[in-house]
Every structure is written in structure tokens, then in C-alpha cells.
Design a protein around this ligand. Structure first.
Ligand code: PEP
Length: 260
């Protein structure tokens, strides 16, 4: 099986001013050791207003923490009041951009087509998309989880090359588990993520499916992280609430399996 280094990402949503963000990244960087970065890549996704401050901090202190963003428009520039372009993020040395988070889909009307446009624009600007997929509680109870996520995978990856798909990140985030304190059991998350990997293989081929990293997201905490991250198809975690506090986020990073 391909070597897929886990990626542990902290999605801060609409939390932390740039001053708070600086304090969080400083504290996180004190807590994490070289061996932690050998076991996992670690990204933080502050609000747009804190990106420049965190970029400068990472640069000045040569931190191994990777800068991510939560969202972007797909056009490089134009009359889109309030939006931020992928070109602007790339200029801030952003590496990972979340696309299609369920909160964006549900609260801001992002469709699969929009997610696909964003994924393409993020890639075209030399960054890596973290494309989120996941089912509602009703869809889960109706037995529609696999159909829902494989449909989102197919639509979101439309028109990409196998190489592009193989280098990106997909996050499986069951919507009923986000911010609710309820998480999919490790076995359930593993099964759905294996099925997402199958959907990627159908769209982009076996090689892309072997290298695409697929995170789990939904109420990941220090207490459940190790068991989730130990699953063979789970290549890291997208963490919301618990990533806001470095005392919680650092142990989640440190729960990534050690190799060798
Ligand atoms: C998220 O924001 O993507 C998320 C998974 O949130 P939480 O960890 O709080 O459930």
C-alpha cells in the first residue's frame, strides 16, 4: 500500500483574532516535537484576518506547522465583494485550502459544482484542496451514506487528472458528528473511508486512490484520536472545536501512529 503520511488539520472556523491565533500557534509549536512532525503533517486553518500574521510567525520562527485556509473563491480576481481568491492565498504561502466544508455547503449554498470549481482553482494555484464530503443523519439512517459520499466525490473530482487527485486530500465528515460531540465509531469511519477510496478509484484510477489522503472529521478529541487514526484507511483528521486549544490539539497530533 502507498505510504500516506497522516495530515492533522485544525479548522478554526470563525474563531480567534489574529492576536489570539498567534498565541495558539506559539503554544502549539512549543508542545510539538520533531518526532511529532515526522509522524504527521500538521496544518492550521485560521480566519482570513489571521493568515498574514500566522504566515509571518511560521516564517520567522521556522515552524513546521503548515498554513491552511478555510475557503476561497474560484476566480483569480474580480467583482466578488467579500471574497478571497486562490491567487491571494497562494501569495500568503497557504498550502492547504478546505473546499466544500458542510457548513459552507449548508449555510452558504455551496453546491458540488462550486466545490469542483474551487478544487480546480486551488490546484491551479499550486495549493492542495482538502475536499469535504459527508452525509446528514437522515441520509445515514436511510442507508444512503455510501451513495451520498461517492456522489460528492464524483462531482467534486470531475475533470481532474489522476495525478491531481492522487496528490489531494479528501475529508470524510459525517455532518451529524460535526461539533456535536458524537463521532462515527472508528470501524464505521474506516468502512466509509474505504468506500470513499473505492469511489476515488472509480473516478481517477487505482494509483490515485492509493495515494490520496483521506481524513476523518467529526468530534475528534484527545480521547478518541488514537483509535480513529490507527484505522488503515484513515490518513489523519480534520479537527474543529478541539483544535482551538493547543492543550487539546497537540495530543491529537501526538496520537498519530508512529512508524518504525
Ligand atoms: C470541522 O469543523 O470540520 C469539525 C470536524 O468540527 P468538530 O471537530 O468540532 O466536530
Amino acid at each position: 500500500m502507498a505510504e500516506r503520511k497522516p495530515l492533522i488539520s485544525g479548522n478554526w472556523k470563525m474563531h480567534h483574532t489574529h492576536l489570539e491565533a498567534i498565541r495558539v500557534v506559539q503554544k502549539l509549536s512549543y508542545a510539538l516535537k520533531d518526532t511529532d512532525y515526522e509522524a504527521a503533517d500538521v496544518s492550521v486553518h485560521p480566519a482570513f484576518t489571521a493568515l498574514r500574521a500566522i504566515q509571518t510567525l511560521i516564517d520567522a520562527d521556522r515552524l513546521s506547522i503548515i498554513l491552511g485556509a478555510q475557503h476561497c473563491h474560484w476566480e483569480p480576481k474580480g467583482a466578488f465583494t467579500g471574497e478571497v481568491s486562490p491567487t491571494m492565498l497562494a501569495a500568503l504561502q497557504v498550502t492547504y485550502v478546505i473546499a466544500g466544508h458542510s457548513e459552507r455547503r449548508e449555510l452558504f449554498g455551496e453546491t458540488d459544482e462550486v466545490v469542483n470549481l474551487k478544487v480546480k482553482a486551488i490546484l491551479a494555484n499550486g495549493m492542495t484542496p482538502i475536499m469535504c464530503v459527508g452525509e446528514t443523519l437522515d441520509e445515514r439512517e436511510a442507508g444512503d451514506t455510501d451513495a451520498k459520499v461517492s456522489g460528492q466525490v464524483k462531482a467534486g473530482l470531475e475533470g481532474l487528472t489522476a495525478e491531481q487527485v492522487g496528490g489531494m486530500v479528501v475529508a470524510y465528515e459525517p455532518i451529524w458528528a460535526i461539533g456535536t460531540g458524537r463521532n462515527a465509531t472508528p470501524d464505521d469511519a474506516q468502512a466509509t473511508i474505504a468506500s470513499i477510496r473505492g469511489a476515488v478509484a472509480n473516478v481517477a484510477g487505482a494509483d490515485a486512490a492509493a495515494t490520496v489522503r483521506i481524513q476523518y472529521g467529526g468530534s475528534v478529541k484527545p480521547a478518541n484520536a488514537a483509535e480513529i487514526l490507527a484505522q488503515p484507511d484513515i490518513d489523519g483528521a480534520l479537527v474543529g472545536g478541539a483544535s482551538l486549544d493547543p492543550d487539546e490539539f497537540a495530543p491529537i497530533v501526538q496520537a498519530a501512529p508512529r512508524r518504525g
